[in-house]
Structures are given as C-alpha cells and as structure tokens.
Design a protein. Structure first.
Length: 155
C-alpha cells in the first residue's frame, strides 16, 4: 500500500509533513490481525512545527478544522513512512478525534471533519469514512487537535 498510497497522495497534490517520532513508550502504528492501528497524531507542519492553541480561546473553529486536516496529513506521512510494503489499506474503520478546547466550546465534530474530509478525499467516500468520536479535552504541548485511527487491511 505504501506505493499506492504515495501515488494517491501525489495525484491529489498533498504535501506531507515529516512523520513524527514517538514522544513516549509506544509504536507509531501496529498491525494486529486484519487491522492497522495508528497512535495519536498531532498537527505537524512541513517545517516540523506544531499547530497549537485552545479552540474557543486562541483558535476559532475554522482554524481548528484546518489543524485537524493537518493531523490527517501527519497520519498519512506516518503510514507512508512506517507501513510494511505487504500491507494494503482497505478502509478507515474508527477515528477518535480529540480537540484541545475550552469548556464552552461545543463544536468538536465540526473540527474533526477536517480530518474525515481528507480521508474521504484520499480513500474515497465509501472507504474513507468510518465510525468516529469527537471529544474536547486538554492536550499535550497545547496542540490544537490529536487523532488516532484504525484501518482495515486487505487480505
């Protein structure tokens, strides 16, 4: 899938940031049976910087949605960098979107749409949209959004 995914990314004209290195004791991704699990990813920019801020405070919902899209680009970079050549992604199964938000902010699903819309662009509507949760909380390093995802592998 690495080569096919790279070709799709190139065809869409997407620029990927560098794949992040783990900041703790965990794997960037793990294959268990027919599933590929991706650890939480943050919004890393092309220069390696982070999109930070609290949504409903220093960031508005549209900037936060862009941050969620950037998390999608970061995750694609992780997939391209760490997936084994024999693995082929079939579809997105589950997404957990975490928004660094003030207690008053209530539009977490809108923010995470930035990620989900990108996955639909890359994998198509049928396979790019899975089940999803979107929640608000405080996030490490004050990153605006963190997302983890599970994918189904082709047999």
């Amino acid at each position: 899938m690495g080569i096919l995914l790279k070709k799709r990314i190139e065809a869409l004209g997407l620029e990927l940031p560098p794949a992040p290195k783990p900041l703790g004791v965990y794997r960037p991704l793990l294959v268990v049976g027919d599933y590929l699990y991706v650890s939480g990813q943050g919004p890393i920019l092309a220069d390696g910087g982070l999109i930070t801020g609290k949504v409903g405070g220093t960031l508005d919902r549209d900037h936060a949605k862009q941050a969620a899209r950037q998390v999608g680009l970061t995750m694609l970079s992780t997939l391209v960098t760490h997936m084994q050549p024999e693995h082929k992604l079939k579809r997105v199964v589950k997404v957990l979107g975490m928004v660094n938000a003030t207690p008053e902010f209530e539009e977490h699903p809108y923010v995470i749409n930035g990620f989900s819309e990108l996955m639909a662009e890359v994998f198509g509507e049928e396979n790019g949209i899975g089940v999803r949760s979107a929640v608000g909380m405080s996030l490490p390093q004050n990153i605006a959004v963190e997302i983890e995802a599970h994918f189904l592998l082709e047999k």
